[in-house]
Every structure is written in C-alpha cells, then in structure tokens.
Design a protein around this ligand. Structure first.
Ligand SMILES: N[C@@H](CCC(=O)N[C@@H](CS)C(=O)NCC(=O)O)C(=O)O
Length: 240
C-alpha cells in the first residue's frame, strides 16, 4: 500500500541537539530517514493513549501502530523498503542479539543514569517544565517513583551504582566486539541496528546528563565516530 499522506510519528518533544532523548523514538525517526519514508512529527509528551501505552507510535492511513520493531516490520512490508535486506543469516542473528542487549538491558541503565542518579535528574526534571507549576513537583516525583519501581522489578534497580555502570560497560564491550570496520555496524550501508545504536548512544553521549557511563562511551572512538556519522548523515540540521 502506498499512500500520499505522510506517516504521523508520535514521539516525545525534541530536547537537546539529538533526535530524541528516548532511545526508541530516536531509533524510529532515524529509521524513517534511513528508509527515506516521509513523515511528520506529532509531539506527544504523554503516551497514555498510545496503542501500546508508549512512544513511539505511528499513524499510517488511519491505522495506529505501536512498538518501534513492529512499526519497522509494518513499513518494510507495506513500503517494500528494507535496509536489512542485504544481511545474511549470521548478521541478522547478530543484529537481534545486539538489539536485545540494548533494548532489553542497556535502556534500563539509561533510565537509571537519566532519571535516578542525581546528575541526570537535575537535567531530566526539566522534562516536566510543561506541567502546571502547582502540581509539577508532585507529577515529576510520581513519575520518578514509577521509574524506580520499574528498575527494581526489572532488576537493575537492585544493583549498586558501581554495579549498574559496570553492567552497562559490559553491554558496550560486547557490542564493540561485534562491530565491523565501520562506518556503520555492518559496513558501508546503514541497517536497522544502526538506528537502534544511535538511539542509545545519542541520549548517553550528546545530552548534558553526566555519568561514569557517558565517560566510558566517550573513550570509545568507534562509538563516538558512529554517533557523529549518524548525526551528520541523517540529522544534519542538529548542531554538531
Ligand atoms: N518496545 C517499545 C519500547 C518503547 C518505550 O519503552 N517507550 C518509552 C519511552 S523510551 C515510553 O513510552 N515510556 C512511557 C511509559 O512507559 O509510560 C518500542 O520498541 O517502541
């Protein structure tokens, strides 16, 4: 199905000089640019009414779809565009393992560095600046409390600060072991995994949120170069 109406991409409002502070929203918008699919952004600070209660989600020809991976599958099928088409079975397996490392573990490290650690919270509490002043502290603290609960339930929240930073470092050491010669993960052309990596790296490296995790990543030339290359190639409008 081809439609003249651009896809609507619902995501958190942009903050800082990155596509999105949410790794999943950044991944989705980057993927749309890799695929060259036209879209318009709808700022969505509160995803409560989203199809899966989360951002990103899209509206495509009247249909609303949530979850970045399901959206990508849908667009690959309906648009006949697939940045992963050239990958062999081993590369696909590697991409899935790396994606799961980032999306099912490292994003919780991000949740911790950005919203629970004090250095992160001093920056990220401004996310709530749009909430009426009278209830702002209550809403911000409530959301932060929910994040603490999520982290405890998931498990990362039961570790010490040092243990959490160490677990994040291990994620990236594994990713780096599998990372090819560049500039993209699988060589000369971008694949979906590059959008996933950019989503996680941009919010760690290119926001004012300081942490030992960011210090570690800043010392990894391959990851710094990947982030910069992705920004230049797909988001040249965002300041360097
Ligand atoms: N598996 C989902 C994850 C999306 C996700 O976790 N989104 C977060 C932002 S990074 C969200 O909407 N959180 C708000 C909430 O859970 O209420 C995807 O790939 O899109």
């Amino acid at each position: 199905m081809t439609t003249a109406v651009p896809i609507k991409l619902f995501q958190f409002p942009r903050q800082f000089a990155i596509p999105n502070v949410s790794p999943f929203c950044c991944k989705m918008e980057t993927w749309l640019r890799i695929a060259g699919i036209p879209y318009e952004v709808v700022d969505t600070p509160n995803p409560r009414k989203a199809p899966k209660g989360k951002v990103p989600f899209i509206e495509d020809g009247g249909q609303r779809l949530g979850d970045s991976s399901l959206i990508i599958d849908h667009l690959k099928k309906t648009r006949g565009i697939d940045p992963d088409a050239r990958l062999d079975a081993r590369q696909r397996a590697t991409a899935l393992a790396v994606q799961r490392t980032i999306e099912e573990h490292y994003v919780f490290v991000i949740l911790y560095t950005h919203f629970i650690r004090d250095e992160g919270w001093q920056q990220m509490r401004h996310t709530f600046d749009g909430v009426p002043a009278l209830v702002r502290p209550m809403v911000a603290n409530m959301v932060r409390g929910q994040m603490r609960k999520i982290l405890r339930f998931q498990g990362v929240g039961r570790l010490t600060d040092e243990e959490i930073m160490d677990s994040g470092r291990r994620d990236w050491e594994a990713v780096l072991t599998l990372f090819g010669d560049g500039p993209f993960f699988f060589g000369a052309e971008p694949a979906t995994i590059d959008a996933t990596l950019f989503g996680a790296l941009a919010t760690t490296l290119r926001t004012p949120v300081r942490s030992p995790m960011r210090d570690f990543l800043q010392d990894q030339p391959k990851l710094v170069a990947h982030t910069e290359y992705m920004r230049q190639r797909f988001f040249p409008e965002l300041a360097g």
